[in-house]
Design a protein around this ligand. Sequence first.
Ligand code: GLN
Length: 187
Amino acid sequence: MLIGVLALQGAFREHQQTLAALGVSSRRVKKPEDLDGLDGLIIPGGESTTMSKLLGDYHLLTPLKDKTAAGLPVFGTCAGLIIMAKDIYGSNQTRLGLLDILVARNAFGRQVESFEDKLIIPAVGEKPFPAVFIRAPYVMEAKPEVKILATYKEKIVFVQQGKCLAAAFHPELTSDYRLHQYFINQL
Ligand code: GLN
C-alpha cells in the first residue's frame, strides 16, 4: 500500500510520520507524476488559500481532480477539509469539491483559535480521541450522503463520504493513530 501526502505546504511531515508508525509507505506529492500508483492521498493542515494557489502553480489541480473523480480516496485534515469541500462560506478560493458540505473557515472564534479537547468518535472506538484544533474550520451543512462521524459542541468536525474522510482537527499531531488507521481500513 502506498499513500501520497500532498507536500506543497503545511503539516505533511507529521502525516508521513504517523503512516510510518503504522507501517504504511508514503510518498510526498508535489508533481502530477507523484499521483501515479497511489492507493490514497492525504491533504494536510496548513493554510487553505495558500495550498489552493500552489495546487494551480504546481499544475496539480487538474490531475488531482481527475484522479479523485476516478475514485482515489482522500483524507483531509483542517485546511485539507476546506480544500475537499464543495462550498466554502464567503470564499471563492479553489477547491476540489469532493464532499457535499458547506465549510466555515477559522470558525471557532479568535479567543479559542487553538485548543485541544477530547472527542467521542464511535467509528474508531469508545476511547475519547485527543483532537487538536488550530484555527479550525467546521462543517456548517452536510448533504444526506455525508456521514457525520464526530461533532464538537454541536459543530460537525469529522465526516465521511464514500472513501473520502475529512477532519477539522489534526490527528497527525497526536500519537493516537486511529483516524489514519480508519482511513487505511477503507482502502
Ligand atoms: N485556518 C486555516 C485555513 O483556513 C486552516 C488551519 C489549519 O489547517 N490548521 O486554511
